[in-house]
Design a protein around this ligand. Structure first.
Ligand code: G3H
Length: 251
């Protein structure tokens, strides 16, 4: 049986407290009024400043709450960083690690991502581990090979379907309005699923999300691809109606 989908909104560096609270409430109301309810789990990943203030509302509505990054160490002299345990302490359930914006803008290596994912697991958070190829890597014809190598080098020990989610995000599709073809998504998710075999607990049950320009207009098609078990949504997660429309495609 395919895993229950997860639709996670990555707000990136957007939203004031008032805006974020309004968005979560709008989603909560939409969920309360929906019949039937969307057949998916829903999570939001706001900036660090909004995590604690939105924690209670997310809990009330049954939404997961995720940080967008964490440090690999549990504590210490790391000015500006936040430990996974601190996220768990204020009610987070998830944390994104290895997003391509962290990998490129903060030069995070696979080893860094693996250490962060391990810290997330140690803090009993679900790690949303991101992988994806650049456009030139896609053009090289070796996208699957490259992404699988990135995944295997970033996988923490002890990952299972219960504590980790993979998010495949082609770098060239993020915020561009471009998406891979259904065949490309299917091939990549199949390759990721195969690579998980023997490397994680319950590989068939591990969710593999697609991310990169997911919108209400393309969500149904992308989410119906085999081995696509949800979405990591950026821009469209900032508009409650759009994010809700994406969640609602999970029937
Ligand atoms: O984490 C989310 C992704 O980077 C996708 O962003 P996007 O939906 O704005 O393309």
């Amino acid at each position: 049986m395919a895993p229950r989908p997860l639709i996670a909104g990555n707000w990136k560096m957007h939203m004031t407290l008032v805006e974020g609270a309004k968005l979560v409430d709008a989603l909560g109301m939409a969920l309360a009024e929906a019949t039937p309810k969307p057949a998916c789990d829903i999570a939001v990943c706001p900036p660090f400043t909004l995590l604690a203030p939105l924690s209670e509302a997310c809990q009330k509505y049954g939404f997961g709450l995720g940080g967008q990054d964490c440090h690999a160490e549990a504590k210490g002299a790391f000015t500006g960083d936040v430990a996974a345990g601190m996220l768990a302490d204020i009610g987070c359930t998830h944390v994104i690690v290895g997003h391509s914006e962290r990998r490129s803008l903060h030069e995070e290596s696979n080893a860094d991502v693996k250490a962060k994912a391990a810290a997330a697991l140690a803090a009993r958070l679900t790690a949303i581990l991101c992988v994806g190829e650049t456009e030139s890597e896609r053009d090289s014809g070796k996208a699957e090979e490259i992404v699988v190598a990135q995944l295997l080098a970033s996988l923490p020990d002890g990952a299972t379907a219960a504590n980790m989610v993979v998010a495949y995000e082609p770098v060239w599709a993020i915020g561009t309005g471009r998406t891979p073809t259904v065949a490309q998504v299917a091939a990549m998710h199949k390759a990721i699923r195969a690579a998980l075999d023997g490397k994680v607990g319950d590989p068939a049950g591990m969710r593999i999300l697609y991310g990169g320009s997911v919108k209400p207009g393309n969500a149904k098609e992308l989410l119906s691809v085999e081995n696509v078990d949800g979405a990591l949504v950026g821009g469209a997660s900032l508009v409650s109606a759009d994010f809700w429309a994406i969640c609602s495609t999970c029937a």
